[in-house]
Design a protein around this ligand. Structure first.
Ligand code: FE2
Ligand code: FE2
Length: 234
């Protein structure tokens, strides 16, 4: 769980304990966010947040978004993840993260509009149900988060995750639709075919779309080669 966050009325709540004035710089936010990943698995760890931050800075500049909003939203977008893991999916990490951000940013020097924009971006970064990214910054964060699941990094993460759940390297003799996630059959190839190959069509910004097309093409090439090597043709 996250450490160092203060309850704003001075009372200690279950996961948070701190003082109002603490979070007033981007370094405070970053340091706080890092503590939320101390027990995270490799496929969803702090490095993911750092990569999403880097992508947000790139896409945000091209799309002329509010960089200050994006910096904070990127660092905080997954701080609710440990709550979702601990509840085995019962708590939505996007909703929890938005609640944490709302409390954390009360004393941070931002306009009301910026603060609301950050909270909206965190809440909508999963794009489930009716929580759809509506502002430019929320769209950039969404694209950055999804981009980190595809391309060379996406392939690496898919195999890392497969290893975490004890899956095989590859399982060509099985109908993918009949397999289950979080099992031995949950291979990197399954993840690519059923999920990652569809991400490029979900991008919300022009630059996000451009990067996604490139990353998608690389994945196609990789898995084509992977299959050929597996069959001994190359
Ligand atoms: Fe997330
Ligand atoms: Fe994320």
């Amino acid at each position: 769980m996250c450490k160092g966050l203060l309850s704003l009325d001075g009372a200690t709540n279950t996961n948070m304990v701190v003082e109002k004035s603490v979070m007033t710089t981007i370094d405070d936010i970053r340091a706080f966010a890092m503590t939320c990943f101390s027990s995270a698995r490799g496929s969803h760890d702090w490095d993911h947040t750092q990569r999403v931050y880097n992508l947000c800075m790139h896409i945000g500049q091209v799309e002329r978004a509010d960089i200050e909003v994006l910096e904070i939203a990127a660092y905080l977008h997954d701080v609710g993840r440990s709550h979702e893991d601990a509840s085995e999916g019962g708590i939505c990490h996007a909703q929890k993260g938005a609640e944490i951000a709302r409390e954390l940013l009360v004393a941070y020097p931002l306009s009301d509009e910026q603060r609301a924009n950050i909270i909206h971006g965190i809440r909508s970064h999963r794009f489930r149900g009716n929580h759809q990214p509506e502002t430019l910054e929320a769209k950039v964060l969404f694209d950055a988060d999804k981009l980190d699941a595809i391309g060379a990094v996406g392939i690496g993460r898919a195999f890392l995750f497969a290893g975490e759940v004890g899956a095989k390297l590859y399982n060509p003799g099985i109908q993918l639709e009949d397999t289950q996630p979080y099992t031995e059959e949950d291979t990197g190839y399954r993840e690519y075919k059923l999920k990652l190959s569809k991400i490029k069509d979900r991008m919300l910004t022009e630059e996000g779309r451009r990067l996604a097309e490139e990353r998608h093409a690389f994945m196609e090439m990789f898995f084509e080669r992977f299959t050929q090597e597996h069959e001994g043709h190359k």
